[in-house]
Design a protein around this ligand. Structure first.
Ligand code: FES
Ligand code: FES
Length: 174
C-alpha cells in the first residue's frame, strides 16, 4: 500500500455518538483522533487539559462510563456509544460537586493546571471507594502530577469530599 493510500485511509472519518456530560454528540471523526483532542478541539471542552500526551501527567483525566480514564490514552472512536464526563459536567447546574467544594475549601490547587484531572480522578476514586483511608487516597492520586501543591491539600480535599458525599446520602441526624 502506498503512503498516500495509507494517509487517505487514516483520514477517512468514522461516525460516532458519544454522550458527553449527558448530551449525545454525534459526529464523524478520523480514527486517529484522541479522546482528549475530540473533547478540546472538536467540542471546545477545554477544561480537560493536556500536559504530556504520554499518559503520565493525568491532567486529561475524565470519566468514561464512570471509570477514570486518561483521555490522551484512548481514541475518540473507542468512546463510541459510551458516556464521558469531563470537568465541565461535574457540577449540577450552578451547584458545585462536593469534590469541587472540598478542593476550594482546602486550597487544593495553585496554578490549576492539574486541577481538572485531579477533580475527575478524585470523583472516580470516591465512586469506587466512598470511604478511603489517607493511604488509599494517596495511592489513588498516583495518576496525577501536580507541580505546585505538594499533594497534601489535595489529599485533605479528597478526604473532606468523602465526608461531604457521605453527608449527602446520609439522612441528617443519622
Ligand atoms: S495529557 Fe494525558 S496523561 Fe498527560
Ligand atoms: S496546582 Fe499547579 S500543577 Fe497542580
Amino acid at each position: 500500500m502506498t503512503e498516500e493510500a495509507t494517509a487517505t485511509q487514516v483520514r477517512q472519518e468514522i461516525p460516532i455518538t458519544v454522550h458527553i456530560n449527558g448530551a449525545a454528540q454525534s459526529t464523524a471523526i478520523a480514527p486517529n483522533v484522541l479522546l482528549s483532542e475530540f473533547l478540546r478541539d472538536h467540542l471546545a471542552l477545554t477544561g480537560t487539559h493536556v500536559g504530556c500526551d504520554t499518559s503520565q501527567c493525568g491532567a486529561c483525566t475524565v470519566l468514561v462510563d464512570g471509570r477514570v480514564v486518561k483521555s490522551c490514552t484512548i481514541l475518540a472512536v473507542q468512546a463510541d456509544g459510551m458516556s464521558v464526563t469531563t470537568v465541565e459536567g461535574l457540577r449540577a447546574g450552578s451547584v458545585l460537586h462536593p469534590v469541587q467544594e472540598a478542593f476550594r475549601a482546602h486550597h487544593a490547587l495553585q496554578c490549576g493546571f492539574c486541577t481538572p484531572g485531579a477533580l475527575m480522578l478524585a470523583a472516580g476514586l470516591l465512586m469506587d471507594n466512598p470511604h478511603p483511608t489517607r493511604s488509599e487516597i494517596r495511592e489513588g492520586l498516583d495518576g496525577i502530577v501536580c507541580r505546585c501543591t505538594g499533594y497534601e491539600n489535595i489529599v485533605e480535599a479528597v478526604a473532606d469530599a468523602a465526608e461531604r458525599l457521605a453527608e449527602e446520602v446520609r439522612p441528617h441526624g443519622a
